[in-house]
Write a protein that binds this ligand. Structure first.
Ligand SMILES: *Cc1c(COP(=O)(O)O)cnc(C)c1O
Length: 797
């Protein structure tokens, strides 16, 4: 069961040595860590090729449905370790490297994180690809091959500084360039009429070129393809200008084209509205659809069969041009009539909504859309006219409103299914932003609660706990995560509870060693590790956590001999470069950390760490070491969350609000094993109606008043007392995410957490119940749901 790959240690050694010698041209004594990593990566990659080809062959033979997952983001993280694990090769590779005096951990760490995403949305896409391969569902991921992924974060005097990310500066062993898979992407120009049909005369063109990465599933039975598009110029360079001496201008067409796949936009949940972003979205969508149609037409000749043979999933509205683009291709390039083209497009498309935050719902001005994509603007307007006349709806439910194209409405109208990502979020979609559309198109909205892959997020990142699980419930839980429920039967086994505690402690010791090496801070592994890692955003309420940290510090100082439960508060996360308040909160956390960590009175009773540059690899390091998971968003604002699920699987207990998937986590692990606090989504709505809600809450909370007082007095910003006046002011007078109103409830709940942690055996029992209840949150369950309810796709065993 260990490995699908039948390969002796000797055979593996030969493969690695061959790559080192013949692919990298290095003699062992001179091989660097990078050389070893490349040699191992190529050797492992070789072993994926066969299942990859086999999957393609089976897919063609079965003539089944193919799934196309369109996403502007794929936050894949490191690839090598994940591939070795799924192929069952971790031990074998370790042995080979050990015998060469090379550490497998160093080799793994040498790989840059592929950070082609911002956060949850991009990581979800990566988990989905892995689950689709594990489930042997024929699928392609389509995305953009950003030269620079999400920026690298560093801190200078506590402030966030952004550095460019450069993962492609070194050769990328996991991709295959496909020069033959190349499509022309058109922009701008005008639309004329020839023989009564519209003809688009673009004024700008670029090529989209394919780069393929195999994505191997659990036990190497199947591999799907992640196809990323790179932008290339249609004319390489302007020879005339070059010859006339203008060398810089001569390279302009090339530079212009490359810009399209140069950088990932770093906004997590805000709509930037920039022309380049619109072009990127169209670039991905058009390249993907041209590729999809080419593949379809290589097998079938009747385009009416398209909805039977393919399903397209739009990950948020970013690829929502798929509707008009598919119609354009069918009408303008393939000669179909409007009605048939529309029926076909609507039969293929589905849309996942990821947020209800109004600032995140994409809108493009009709002016910009008409200028960049004139033909699409025409198609969108006609789709809108038909939508409004068929449904007899009011203009406020139209696609084009106040000279803006509402991409959520466009995606909704063109989709067969529209899904939310947790039960609560789907419910709120129906009641709020999509209430009107839900009435016009009843039953179109469905729920698919998010999940995460237990291969990366449990088996790979937490080998200590994984062994305990396998010893207790037997092997095979990795692709049948519901079996974790069997742990429940062993709850009364004191020895098992101890071993769960020992595994956790082992991970905490490893993290402490890392913190000591990398951050120069010493942590007590017996303290509670309390972790909040996610993008910095006001609605996620890192501020609530920092305020509680200050209250705790202050309480310990007032009574240093008290019976305190030692804590390490761990923060991680990046702020969008233009998001002023989020960056202020980053600075504030660092200032608070600096003050607290240097206080001899509180000492090891309280530490605050905020390692810079949170990414997938850091998540893999921090989550297995967490005792407490902070999921404290304002109820109704977090669509699902997936970080929350990773923590639960790893035996961390959650302190959280009834928001997103927290609601379902609490149901699955049992309410008595979850630290709940704060207002519900509907109480939040009521609270917003209360005049001066923040002021009222602060005036009735002595601890919160004291905290805000310390902050304005400059306790955390010596020599710059005014630094956080804005933050404090906003807390008193605006508090858009109700930090003040939930503060007392949070404080009381944290005290309850302290009491529970003080009894280690009790805590381990709660941890066991959390692990046992986490099976539902495997992305395999989520993908099965999409296959059955949305795609009508089948596994091909
Ligand atoms: C899982 C994950 C996220 C999502 O975290 P949430 O807490 O759900 O917002 C973001 N970034 C990284 C690197 C992740 O691994």
């Amino acid at each position: 069961m260990n490995s699908m790959i039948d390969l002796s240690a000797e055979a593996l050694r030969v493969r690695v040595t061959q790559h080192l010698t013949y692919t990298l041209g290095k003699d062992k004594p001179h091989a660097s860590l990078h050389d070893w990593r490349m040699a191992v990566s190529y050797s492992v990659r070789d072993l994926i090729i066969e299942p990859w080809f086999a999957a393609t062959r089976k897919t063609y033979e079965a003539q089944g449905k193919r799934v196309y997952y369109l996403s502007m983001e794929f936050l894949i993280g490191r690839i090598l370790a994940d591939a070795m694990m799924n192929l069952g090769l971790l031990e074998a590779v370790k042995d080979v490297l050990d015998s060469e005096g090379v550490s497998i951990a160093d080799v793994v760490e040498d790989e840059p994180d592929a950070a082609l995403g911002n956060g949850g949305l991009g990581r979800l896409a990566a988990c989905f690809l892995e689950s689709m391969s594990t489930l042997q569902c024929p699928a392609y991921g389509y995305g953009i091959r950003y030269e620079h992924g999400l920026f690298r974060q560093k801190f200078e005097n506590g402030r966030q500084v952004e550095l460019p990310e450069d993962w492609l500066n070194q050769p990328h062993p996991w991709e295959f360039e496909r020069p033959e898979a190349r499509y022309t992407i058109r922009f701008k120009g005008h639309v004329g009429i020839v023989d009564g049909r519209p003809v688009w005369h673009p004024s700008e063109t670029v090529f989209a070129r394919a780069y393929d990465m195999p994505v191997v599933g659990w036990q190497g039975k199947w591999a799907n393809t992640l196809r990323l598009w790179g932008a290339h110029p249609t004319e390489l360079f302007d020879l005339e200008r070059f010859n006339s001496g203008d060398h810089t201008a001569a390279a302009e067409p090339e530079a212009l084209a490359r810009t399209l796949s140069r950088v990932l936009y770093p906004e997590d949940t805000t709509d930037s509205g920039k022309e380049l972003r619109l072009k990127q979205e169209y670039f991905l969508t058009s390249a993907a659809l041209q590729d999809i149609l080419r593949r379809f037409l290589s097998e079938y000749d009747d385009l009416a069969l398209l909805p039977e043979k393919i399903a397209i999933q739009m990950n948020d509205t970013h690829p929502a041009l798929a509707g008009p683009e598919l119609m354009r291709l069918l009408i303008d390039d393939h000669g179909l009539d409007w009605d048939l083209a529309k029926r076909i497009a609507a039969g293929c498309l589905n849309y996942t909504n990821h947020t209800l935050l109004p600032e995140a719902l994409e809108k493009w001005s009709t002016w910009l859309m008409g200028r960049v994509l004139p033909r699409h603007m025409q198609i969108i307007e006609r789709i809108d006219q038909e939508h409004q006349s068929v449904t007899q709806c009011t203009a406020d439910l139209g696609i084009v409103r106040h000279d803006q194209v509402e991409m959520g409405t466009l995606a909704f109208v063109m989709a067969s299914h529209v899904n939310g990502v947790s039960a609560l979020h789907t419910q709120l979609m129906k009641e709020t932003v999509f209430a009107g559309l839900n009435r016009l198109y009843p039953a179109r909205i469905v729920n698919q609660t998010n999940g995460v892959t237990p291969r990366r997020w449990l088996r790979l990142s937490n080998p200590a706990l994984s062994s305990v699980l396998t010893q207790t419930i037997g092997p095979g839980w990795e692709d049948d995560l519901g079996r974790l429920a069997d742990l429940g039967k062993h709850e009364t086994d004191r020895d098992l509870r101890d071993r769960i505690g020992v595994a956790k402690r082992q991970n905490k010791v490893a993290l402490s060693n890392w913190a000591s090496d990398q951050l120069g801070i010493s942590l007590d592994p017996d303290a509670m590790f309390d972790v909040q890692i996610k993008r910095m955003h006001e609605y996620k309420r890192q501020l609530l956590n920092v305020f509680e940290t200050i209250a705790r510090w202050s309480a310990i100082r007032a009574n240093p001999q008290g019976d305190w439960t030692p804590r390490v508060k761990i923060f991680g996360g990046k702020a969008a470069p233009g998001y002023f308040v989020a960056k202020e909160i980053v600075h504030f956390i660092n200032d608070v950390a600096n003050t607290i960590n240097n206080d001899p009175v509180t000492g090891d009773l309280l530490k605050v760490v905020y390692p810079a540059n949170y990414n997938v690899s850091m998540a893999q390091r921090l989550i297995p070491a967490a005792d407490l998971s902070e999921q404290i968003s304002t109820a109704g604002k977090e669509a699902s969350g997936t970080g929350n699920m990773k923590f639960t699987m790893n035996g961390a207990l959650t302190i959280g609000t009834l928001d997103g998937a927290n609601v379902e986590i609490r149901e699955h692990v049992g309410a008595e094993n979850f630290f709940l606090f704060g207002m519900t989504a509907s109480e939040v709505q009521d609270r917003y109606q209360v005049d001066a809600h923040a002021r009222q809450a602060i005036l009735s909370s002595q601890p919160l008043q004291d905290i805000l007082q310390m902050v304005v007095e400059g306790r955390f910003s010596p020599g710059d007392a005014d630094r956080y006046n804005g933050l404090v002011n906003s807390t008193w007078n605006h508090d858009p995410f109700l930090v003040a109103s939930d503060f007392d409830s949070y404080l009381a709940c944290q005290a309850e957490v302290d009491r529970a942690y003080a009894d280690p055996d009790h805590w381990n029992r709660l941890a066991l119940r959390n692990i046992a209840g986490s099976g539902f949150f495997s992305s395999d369950r989520t993908i099965r749901g999409y296959m059955a309810d949305i795609w009508g796709a089948e596994s091909l065993p």
